[in-house]
Design a binder for this molecule. Structure first.
Ligand code: UDP
Length: 449
């Protein structure tokens, strides 16, 4: 597998970002490319590093980031800015050293970088290497981001508009409230736009999505960048990968699920980053209690303001739900969603969670908070019609939503549509399917660089 048209196969260096929801699909992409025969190096920040023992055949390149933690309450934009400034020099040093070694073996290097790690793209371009960007968000997020940019430039999107339910003209199916970063302070938004303007023009784009699901957005992206776009998702279905969680998975929920009736349990999780208001969580607990439905609830320690773990729960909640509910710190989410006892997923609609849910045919309750989550929720509920979006944050509304998805006819109809999407995803990743074929095309593209 080392020779291609008389040339040695390039080393593929992937620059992974320290966010769990980015690291996991980047490592899955690395695994998929390794399975095709490429040697792989992973450049990563020292903050939230991947575990090298999961992938002993990869080279790991730690970058000096000088960062101690991701502070969810602080500015995301400042964090990205610092990350990019701090990691650039050590990435440059690693690449020049590797180039020295590989030139002697007549072997080139191709860089694939997470879109938040755009310094890696800039270094690659400076060194005359091919730079391919990897996007682990939904494709629909991109036109939504452009719409937000355009409206702001025209002075038509003001800070107080973020709750507007009117449709954005010419941007069907989005409402103003669905636009990315709609809740961010305007200064933060301006800074983000200015930082992102430093991203290089990539040679190609890899997207963790599926053609049939996001064809229109993928076409828009192709028109915008005029470079090849490879929709190779969902990567977790392309390549079986070991858990890459920064937290330890509590598998006890699987044996608990084994004892539950089919499609009877609602799974609740808000991902790896969100910090939630205690008042909202108390309403959730009370909605869950009133719904009378079995549940598995992943509550990440520290994810609720002023609570170390579950101290926010209303008095009597544990007692009342003991027979039908389980709370864990971190669930093996993909396994949970694939379990026959799961009938619904109450989610913040991060893109990984959304992909994992629809890949298993599980209808969703969408409670989005920021970045691409509102766009994803809009597609799940309004376009694909495989979920409902929570409009109010009171326990009564939550109880109603749980019943609509888990018990009512409406939920059954969503489940039928979701199972159809699951089937189509299965076909997309199989031999001859769109994602399978785009991965082959990506392999050809890398070899031609
Ligand atoms: N996840 C998990 N166990 C949990 C909660 C989340 O394994 O208890 C994983 C989930 O499978 C997904 C990722 O964390 O792959 C969350 O990514 P997503 O893009 O949905 O949200 P983010 O964390 O980026 O907000």
């Amino acid at each position: 597998m080392e020779e291609h048209g008389g040339r040695r196969w390039p080393l593929v260096v992937l620059a992974a970002s320290p966010f769990h929801g980015h690291m996991t699909p980047t490592l899955q992409l690395a695994k998929a490319l390794h399975g095709k025969g490429f040697s792989i190096a992973i450049a990563h920040s020292k903050l939230n590093p991947p575990n090298p023992s999961n992938d002993p055949s990869f080279i790991f390149l730690p970058l000096s980031d000088n960062l101690s933690a991701i502070d969810e309450s602080a500015s995301f934009t400042n964090f990205i800015d610092t990350l990019n400034k701090n990691c650039k020099q050590s990435f440059h040093d690693h690449l020049t050293r590797l180039l020295g070694e590989h030139n002697r073996g007549n072997k080139s290097i191709v860089v694939i970088y997470d879109h938040l790690m755009f310094f890696a793209g800039n270094v690659a371009v400076d060194l005359n290497l091919t730079a391919i960007v990897f996007r682990s968000c939904s494709a629909a997020y991109f036109p939504a981001f452009l719409a937000r940019l355009q409206l702001r430039q025209e002075g038509r999107f003001l800070e107080e508009d973020y709750e507007m339910k009117e449709m954005v003209p010419n941007h069907h199916p989005l409402r103003y409230k669905d636009l990315p970063f709609s809740k961010a302070p305007i200064e933060d938004w301006k800074q983000l736009v200015s930082i992102i303007s430093h991203s290089p023009r990539p040679s190609a784009i890899i997207w963790n999505t599926i053609k049939f699901l996001e064809d229109e957005a993928l076409t828009q992206i192709h028109h915008h960048y005029q470079v090849p776009v490879f929709a190779v998702g969902p990567l977790h279905k392309i390549t079986p990968s070991p858990p890459s969680s920064f937290l330890e998975e509590d598998s006890s929920c699987i044996s608990w699920l084994d004892k539950q009736a089919p499609k009877s349990v609602i799974y609740i999780s808000f991902g790896s980053l969100m910090t939630l208001n205690k008042k909202v969580l108390t309403q959730m607990a009370s909605g869950l209690a009133k719904s009378n439905q079995p549940f598995v609830w992943a509550v990440r320690p520290g994810s609720v303001c002023d609570s170390e773990w579950t101290e926010f729960l209303p008095e009597g909640f544990v007692q009342e739900t003991r027979e039908r509910g389980l709370i864990v710190k971190w669930a093996p989410q993909k396994e949970v969603l694939a379990h026959s006892a799961i009938g619904g997923f109450w989610s913040h609609c991060g893109w990984n969670s959304t992909l994992e849910s629809i890949s298993e045919g599980v209808p969703m309750i969408c409670q989005p908070f920021n970045v691409d989550q509102m766009v994803n929720a809009r597609y799940v509920s309004y376009v694909w019609k495989i979920g409902l979006e929570l409009e109010g944050l009171e326990s009564g509304e939550m109880e109603k939503m749980i019943r609509r998805v888990m018990v009512d006819e409406e939920g059954e109809e969503m489940r039928v549509r979701a199972i159809n999407v699951k089937k189509m995803i299965k076909e997309a990743v199989e031999n001859g399917g769109s994602s399978h074929d785009r991965l082959e095309d990506l392999m050809g593209f890398i070899l031609s660089c």
